[in-house]
Design a protein around this ligand. Structure first.
Ligand code: BT5
Length: 323
């Protein structure tokens, strides 16, 4: 009841964006003026900037950049974000997404956290995300695909991030196969796709996306300062995470529809357009050998096609390429 009352007060302030008197709020909601005042203070603690004047009442000046359902507008679509789960802090949104996916959460559920205490990269690497300056989120998908076809989802996610950033901010990023989004020469975003499958059947896919948004240079740990960047560093101004995430989820929905329509050509054409990997030398590290080859193209299933020094052409899966 109390949190409901708080949301009703917030709703009134949002509606009006002018002064609303304490008396009007208390009369229309049927509660005391002290109760109104108490909830206003709670909203302030949560980051809502509310001005008050003893004569005129309360006025909402600024909304907080918090990624919960009160502020984050999740686009209406077939798939993404029909359920949104928000944490102030969690170990890793991918861990939580896998847990609830095992328990049967709906397709398209989005898990988002202001901070992660144990953000993960690939193969046990750490993803620095112990601050509320970035977008750290995971999407649970239950696609009707063969396990071998899932790699295209990571490519689709990369395209969605690049296009979402461009549409919202006009900033051009590049994609480094298979899962890095780069800005200039530095890493802006990483994507960690995890799969639960049996032969011939996908149980679920978790796509985890981490984007550096409002960090300043000195907020990155020393060991990544020379290779990481944020949108704020590039743009020179603070960026709304709420707006950016809504835009990226919209792009993700569009790209995911292409995955289901098996329109891999469109996904790969877009991916190639943004790619900074093709024609470059990459280091391939597989279980029993390590070699340098030139990236040539992306196969329809999302594998990277490389040409080795001896002229042979191979298809490489994610996880094998290092540089
Ligand atoms: C990745 O791994 O790039 C995938 C990162 C995925 C993070 C998201 S956040 C939401 C979801 N929940 C999770 O727990 N994870 C996902 P990889 O390619 O292995 O790159 C990891 C390497 O990137 C590290 O070893 C560092 O060198 C570097 N790194 C770590 N934190 C970074 C940051 N914030 N920005 C740029 N580079 C970073």
């Amino acid at each position: 009841v109390t949190s409901n009352l708080k949301n009703l007060i917030l709703h009134r302030l949002k509606e009006k964006r002018e002064y609303v008197s304490g008396e009007e709020l208390s009369n229309s909601l049927g509660v005391s003026r002290t109760a109104v005042w108490k909830h206003i203070n709670e909203l302030r603690k949560e980051g809502y900037n509310i001005e008050s004047s003893s004569r005129k009442g309360y006025r909402l000046i600024e909304l907080p950049d918090i990624l919960d359902e009160r502020e984050l507008y999740v686009p209406e679509g077939q798939h993404i974000g029909r359920e949104l789960i928000h944490f102030d802090e969690i170990d890793s949104t991918n861990n939580h997404a896998k847990k609830i996916a095992n328990d049967g959460c709906p397709h398209g559920t989005v898990v988002v956290a202001e901070r992660q205490t144990l953000g993960r990269g690939r193969v046990g690497r750490l993803w620095q995300s112990d601050n509320n300056q970035g977008l750290w989120f995971s999407i649970v998908l239950r696609p009707d695909l063969e396990p071998e076809q899932v790699q295209i989802i990571t490519l689709a996610a990369s395209v969605a991030v690049v296009e979402g950033i461009f549409r919202d901010l006009g900033i051009n990023c590049g994609i480094k196969w298979p899962n890095d989004i780069i800005l200039g020469n530095s890493k802006l975003c990483g994507i960690l796709t995890e799969l639960s499958a049996e032969p011939g059947h996908v149980n679920y896919v978790v796509v985890g996306i981490g984007i550096n948004v409002n960090q300043s240079f000195s907020e990155f740990d020393a060991d990544i300062q020379d290779k990481a960047t944020s949108l704020q560093i590039h743009a020179g101004k603070k960026i709304s995470r709420v707006k950016l995430l809504a835009g990226i989820l919209t792009c993700f929905e569009e790209m995911y529809n292409k995955v289901l329509e098996k329109n891999t050509k469109d996904i790969i054409d877009r991916w190639n357009k943004y790619s900074v990997t093709l024609d470059r030398e990459v280091k391939i590290v597989s279980r029993d050998m390590e070699y340098i080859a030139t990236a040539q193209s992306v196969a329809p299933d999302g594998k990277l096609v490389v040409k080795c020094k001896d002229g042979t052409v191979r298809e490489i899966s994610a996880g094998e390429v290092q540089v």
